[in-house]
Design a protein around this ligand. Structure first.
Ligand code: GUN
Length: 279
C-alpha cells in the first residue's frame, strides 16, 4: 500500500510560513494584494476563484475580485489588465482560464505585466522557467515539487514521465523535474504505446483531464504517482486522472483527489504574490 501524500498538510505548513512573511511585509508598511479576474459563469472557475480568495484571506493577502460578464470584449479585458498593471495596491494579477471563446487568451496573458504575473504564464516568465532562473514558479508544478520535497522523494536521476503537454502543467512540470536532475519524458494524446512509457516511470505525473485514465497495469511497482486531474465522475464526485483504489496498491507514494495537488496549487499562487512584493 502506498503512502498517501497529504497535500492539505503540506499546504498548511507552507501557508503558515507565507502568513509570517505577509505579516513581516505589513510591519514594513507594505501591503500585499492580488487581483482576481473571472469572465463569464464557468462553475469550475467560480470554485477555483473562491478558493483562491479564501487562500488570500487565510494568509493576510488582500484580494480584489473583478467578475466580468460573458459578453466582455477582449479590448475591455485588456483595458482592465492595463489598469491593474498600474495599480499600486495590486502586486499580482490572476486571470482565471479558460476565457470565453471570443477572447484570445494569449493576447490577454501578454498584457499582464511580467512583474505581476503570479501564474507565470507570460512568455517572459515562461522563458525564465525554461532557463531555470525564475522568480515566479508555475503554481501547479511548483506545488508538486514542494510535496516531493516534503516527503523526501528524490528526483535526481529518476525516470520521470509526465502525461500531458499543456502550458499550465505538462510543459513547466517537465522543466522543474529536469532542473532537479530527473530524466524527463512528456507523453500526450499522440504517444504510441503509452503504457510502455508509463511503466518505466519512477515518478509518474498525470495531467490528462480524464477520470481513471491511469490504470494499475500502466504503473511500475513502487512508483510515485502524482494526480493533477480535477474531474467529476458519473455521480458528480470530484476525482483525478488515476484509478486511485487500484493504483494505490502498486505505488510507493500517491496523491489523492481531492486533498493532493489542488491545495498546493493555490498555496504556490500565494507564494508568488508574496514574492512579487518581496522582490
Ligand atoms: N485554470 C486552470 N488552472 C489555472 C491556473 O492555475 N491559473 C489560471 N489563471 N487559470 C487556470
Amino acid at each position: 500500500m502506498a503512502v498517501i501524500i497529504d497535500g492539505k498538510e503540506v499546504a498548511r505548513e507552507k501557508r503558515e510560513q507565507i502568513k509570517a512573511r505577509v505579516e513581516e511585509l505589513k510591519k514594513q508598511g507594505k501591503s500585499v494584494g492580488l487581483a482576481v479576474i473571472i469572465v463569464g459563469e464557468n462553475p469550475a472557475s467560480r470554485v477555483y476563484v473562491n478558493n483562491k480568495k479564501k487562500g488570500c484571506l487565510e494568509v493576510g493577502i488582500e484580494s480584489f475580485e473583478y467578475a466580468l460578464p460573458e459578453s466582455t470584449t477582449e479590448e475591455e479585458l485588456k483595458a482592465l489588465v492595463e489598469k491593474l498593471n498600474n495599480d499600486d495596491r495590486v502586486n499580482g494579477i490572476l486571470c482565471q482560464l479558460p476565457l470565453p471563446k471570443h477572447i484570445n487568451e494569449d493576447a490577454v496573458i501578454n498584457t499582464i505585466s511580467p512583474e505581476k504575473d503570479v501564474d507565470a504564464f507570460h512568455p517572459q516568465n515562461v522563458g525564465h522557467i525554461m532557463i531555470g532562473d525564475y522568480t515566479f514558479l508555475p503554481c501547479t508544478p511548483a506545488g508538486i515539487m514542494e510535496m516531493l520535497k516534503f516527503y523526501n522523494i528524490s528526483v535526481s536521476g529518476k525516470k520521470c514521465v509526465v502525461i500531458g503537454r499543456s502550458n499550465i502543467v505538462g510543459k513547466p512540470m517537465a522543466m522543474l523535474l529536469l532542473k532537479e536532475n530527473g530524466t524527463v519524458e512528456i507523453c500526450h494524446s499522440r504517444t504510441e504505446n503509452l503504457k510502455n512509457e508509463t511503466l518505466s516511470a519512477d515518478i509518474l505525473v498525470a495531467a490528462v483531464g480524464k477520470t481513471k485514465f491511469v490504470t494499475e497495469d500502466m504503473v511500475k511497482q513502487g512508483a510515485v504517482v502524482i494526480d493533477v486531474g480535477m474531474n467529476r465522475d458519473e455521480d458528480g464526485k470530484l476525482c483525478g486522472d488515476v484509478d486511485f483504489i487500484n493504483v494505490e496498491k502498486k505505488a510507493s507514494y500517491i496523491t489523492p483527489v481531492p486533498g493532493g495537488v489542488g491545495p498546493m496549487t493555490i498555496t504556490m499562487l500565494l507564494e508568488n504574490t508574496v514574492r512579487a512584493v518581496e522582490k
